[in-house]
Design a protein. Sequence first.
Length: 132
Amino acid sequence: ADGPAPPGASNTPAAIAAGVPLSTTDSLVEALEGIRLPCDLAPLTGTGDFDPREVALVTSGHPAEVVGRSLADELERIGFGIEGVDGTTILARDDRSLIELGLFADTIAGADGMRAFPTAPSGSVVARLRLR
């Protein structure tokens, strides 16, 4: 199903996990117009193919909790409502966009020892924003 979910469709985490497109904007840059990145966040390069609906941002010297709260505050400033899903995931909604913000304080993915973001400096925090 291409395009945004029809009116009345679920914008729940289950719908997000199912990959249902929920935004009427096609570009994360458009959705985040006017944002000022806090905590010295900068785009992380070398994360794969360009996707206009996703960006990974990286910073060092700031705890993940501070990065998450600061990004949530900034998203609220530009008109988004904020909903916490769990300790590392935040949903931000406005009238045309749903953004999933995932925080990664430890860039190790799992028991296999593979780094989730191999180009991120050791000890950094990565914030991944996805337009849903």
